[in-house]
Design a protein around this ligand. Sequence first.
Ligand SMILES: *[C@@H]1O[C@H](CO)[C@@H](O)[C@H](O)[C@H]1NC(C)=O
Ligand SMILES: *[C@@H]1O[C@H](CO)[C@@H](O)[C@H](O)[C@H]1NC(C)=O
Length: 353
Amino acid sequence: MGEPRHHCKLWLLLLALAPWLHASTGAATTFTIANYCAYTIWPGTLAGSGTPQLSTTGFELGPGQTVRLAAPPAWSGRMWARTGCVFDAAGAGVCQTGDCGGRMECRGAGATPPATLFEVTLGKGGGEDFYDVSLVDGYNLPVVAIPRALRGPGACNATGCLADLNRSCPTELQVVYGAGAIACRSACEAFGQDRYCCSGAYGTPAACRPTSYSSVFKMACPRAYSYAYDDSTSTFTCSADDYTVAFCLPTSGIKESDAVFLGAQIIGGRGTGAAEANDIAPPAYGNGGAGAYPPPTSDSYSGGGPGGAYLPPVYNYGPGGDRIPPAMRISSASTTTYIRPWLPLLLLLLCFT
Ligand SMILES: *[C@@H]1O[C@H](CO)[C@@H](O)[C@H](O)[C@H]1NC(C)=O
Ligand SMILES: *[C@@H]1O[C@H](CO)[C@@H](O)[C@H](O)[C@H]1NC(C)=O
């Protein structure tokens, strides 16, 4: 009869060590995905080959909502957001931009271009992370990536594209829906020519140079990849515990010294980036470029005092930011909180009665 008790002690020991085990072997990095857009978006995640998919590969994110996802060391992959999606109860449907195989969960499918991409390769054993925001597959939403909780050297620049490229997009690259452009294609996707795609005879960094089309992207968003070999000005390194990937971040959410590099023009002390434009109805005429709108009369983002960083609430699900599908948020969160404290007691009861 000593056997079961012996097992019990083992389990109790494991239980006691669980938090430590989680901390040392578990996720080293989190991604805080924040929706500052005035509308719902559907972020997607895709792991690079050889690394596991994250706990979610696609989910709904309402305005002002934030989800934190944990990633293991050396994880690499990309994130983007879909717009204008309609899904049925089974998760099948379609999105206007960024679609991934017509499903809520992308399950290994990438974004249909055009889509603004955040790309990252995490370091191993505390090594450097590499990250970028890419317009190589076109543009559908303003995205900024900001490293947080820095734990090593590295410039750790914020990168991304806050400009409204829907509006400054050359006509021949526009994806038009209803009254205006909803996304901007890359020249590679639009024309399929080697010189735009850096393929064939143009398949080397020396042969593939910026074009008038990639220059439109580069001028609008100097830190984002504008074509495939744009590495020197577009790849950043850091060692951070968290990368905030913010969609439609208002200008007040970034450092002023970063503004021009991220495509957020400050005119008259006030940002005129894409996110601000989302607050008000776009004009019927297009292509005015950033700054064509009059500033909105009320600024819903400036609650945070100087710098005015508006932070949406963070819904952090479980240690390390376990993924919870939005539809299950409340029940899962409370399940986690209420069940766990009872587990040790339950085990004790089972072991010693
Ligand atoms: C990155 O940030 C550093 C300061 O932290 C700055 O000197 C450098 O110019 C930035 N790099 C780019 C490409 O903007
Ligand atoms: C570009 O179009 C997408 C798709 O409709 C839209 O969600 C987004 O708000 C537009 N971009 C900006 C900066 O307004």
